[in-house]
Design a protein around this ligand. Structure first.
Ligand SMILES: Cc1cc2nc3c(=O)[nH]c(=O)nc-3n(C[C@H](O)[C@H](O)[C@H](O)COP(=O)(O)OP(=O)(O)OC[C@H]3O[C@@H](n4cnc5c(N)ncnc54)[C@H](O)[C@@H]3O)c2cc1C
Length: 328
C-alpha cells in the first residue's frame, strides 16, 4: 500500500472552499509523517484554475479529472471515478470533506475499495505506526478514538473548522496530472439550481453563529436575530422546530439531522439544548445561551448563560454591540 495522502477537493467556480484548505493543511502534516506526497484530487467541469490554486496551497501533485458528467455532484459518477483511481493508485489515506456530497460519497467509496471509513473526524494522528481518528459519538455525549486496521486505503470524512487551513504561497506549483476517465452517464441529471434567498455568511464557516429556537414563537421574530447577526458579522441558524414549522429554510438547521458547526462563538436564543441540537454545535469554542428557563439543559454546556426573556435581551444586546462598534 502506498504512502500518499489524498484530499478530495470541494470547490466552487474554480476556487477551493475553505474546508479544502483545512484538509490540505492537515494532509501536509500527515503526508510528511508518513513520507508520502500530498495529492489533491479535483473532479468537475470546468476546473479552470483550480489545479494550479491547489498547488499554491501545498499539494505536491494534483489529479485533475474533468468531464462533463462531473459538472455537478452525482453519487454514481463520483463513486465510479474515485473508486477507479483509488484502486489504481492505492493511496494510504483519502481525506473527504464532511459536506453533503462528501458524506454521501464516502461510505459508498469505502465499500467499493474495501477501505475503513471514519466519519465526523475531528482529529487525526499516527500512533505506533497506526492511523487514529477522534470523532464525537452518541450525539456528542462522548468522544471516541478509532484506529484504522490494515495498511489502507483509509478514508476520513473530516468536519469543517477543526484543522487550520493551509497557507497560500503564490508561485508554488504542483505536478498536475490530467486523468482520463470513463465516466458513465449518471441516471439522474441536475436540471437547475436556485440559490436560497439571502446573502449571508455561510453557517459552517462563520466565526459567530446566532441561532434561534422555538422560543422565538414565529418567523417574524427571526428579524431580531438577523439584526444581531448583522452587527456581529454572524451567520443565523436554528434548532429543528423553526424549520419544521416553516419559519426558516431547511439549511438553517443545526444538529443531528442538520448541520454541524464549530464557530468561535455560538449564541443560542430560545433553544432548550436537546441532545439532537447539541450534537451539531457543542464543538463551539464559547456558547452563550439566552433562555428564560434557568433549568434549560443548554446552560449545562454554556460558557455564558443569560436567564431572561429573549424579546428584551436580544434587542438590548444588539444595541450594545452597535454602541461598542461606534466607539471603535
Ligand atoms: C431523530 C431526531 C433528530 C432530531 N434532530 C434535530 C436536529 O438536528 N436539530 C435540532 O435542533 N433538533 C433536532 N431534533 C429535535 C430535538 O429533540 C428537540 O425537539 C429540539 O432541538 C428542540 O428545539 P428548541 O430547543 O428550539 O425547542 P424547545 O425544546 O421547545 O425549547 C424552546 C426553549 O425556548 C425557551 N423560551 C421560550 N420562550 C422564551 C423567551 N421569551 N425568552 C427566552 N427563552 C424562551 C424555553 O425555555 C425553552 O427552553 C431531533 C429529534 C429527533 C427525534
Amino acid at each position: 500500500m502506498g504512502s500518499d495522502v489524498w484530499v478530495i477537493a470541494d470547490h466552487a467556480g474554480g476556487s477551493p472552499r475553505r474546508i479544502t484548505l483545512e484538509l490540505l493543511g492537515k494532509g501536509r502534516e500527515l503526508a510528511d509523517a508518513r513520507g508520502g506526497r500530498l495529492v489533491a484530487v479535483a473532479l468537475g467541469h470546468p476546473l479552470d484554475g483550480l489545479p494550479r490554486t491547489l498547488g499554491e496551497y501545498g499539494a505536491d501533485a494534483v489529479l485533475s479529472v474533468e468531464h462533463p458528467h462531473l459538472r455537478s455532484y452525482s453519487t454514481e459518477a463520483y463513486t465510479e471515478v474515485l473508486s477507479g483511481i483509488v484502486r489504481q493508485r492505492a493511496p494510504w489515506l483519502v481525506m473527504v470533506p464532511s459536506t453533503a456530497w462528501g458524506r454521501d460519497c464516502a461510505p459508498r467509496l469505502a465499500a467499493r475499495v474495501g477501505a475503513g471509513v471514519v466519519t465526523d473526524v475531528e482529529a487525526l494522528w499516527v500512533q505506533d505506526g497506526r492511523l487514529q481518528a477522534r470523532r464525537p459519538m452518541y450525539t456528542r455525549k462522548v468522544m471516541g478514538t478509532v484506529e484504522y486496521v490494515g495498511d489502507g486505503p483509509h478514508l476520513a470524512v473530516v468536519l469543517p473548522k477543526v484543522f487550520a487551513p493551509a497557507e497560500r504561497r503564490e508561485g508554488r506549483t504542483a505536478d498536475v496530472e490530467v486523468v482520463a476517465v470513463q465516466v458513465p452517464e449518471p441516471r439522474t441529471r441536475l436540471v437547475e439550481t436556485r440559490s436560497l434567498q439571502r446573502e449571508r455568511v455561510s453557517l459552517t464557516e462563520a466565526e459567530v453563529v446566532v441561532s434561534g429556537g422555538r422560543g422565538l414563537r414565529g418567523p417574524e421574530n427571526f428579524a431580531l436575530l438577523d439584526a444581531l447577526a448583522a452587527e456581529l458579522g454572524a451567520a443565523v441558524g436554528s434548532s429543528r422546530p423553526p424549520v419544521d414549522s416553516g419559519w426558516v429554510p431547511h439549511d438553517y438547521e443545526i444538529g443531528q439531522t442538520g448541520k454541524t458547526v464549530s464557530p468561535t462563538v455560538y449564541i443560542a436564543v430560545g433553544i432548550s439544548g436537546a441532545p439532537q441540537h447539541l450534537a451539531g454545535m457543542s464543538g463551539s469554542k464559547y456558547i452563550v445561551a439566552i433562555n428564560k428557563d434557568p433549568n434549560a439543559p443548554i446552560f449545562q454546556v454554556a460558557s455564558l448563560g443569560v436567564v431572561g426573556d429573549l424579546f428584551q435581551i436580544v434587542p438590548k444586546l444588539t444595541e450594545e454591540v452597535r454602541r461598542l462598534k461606534a466607539q471603535g
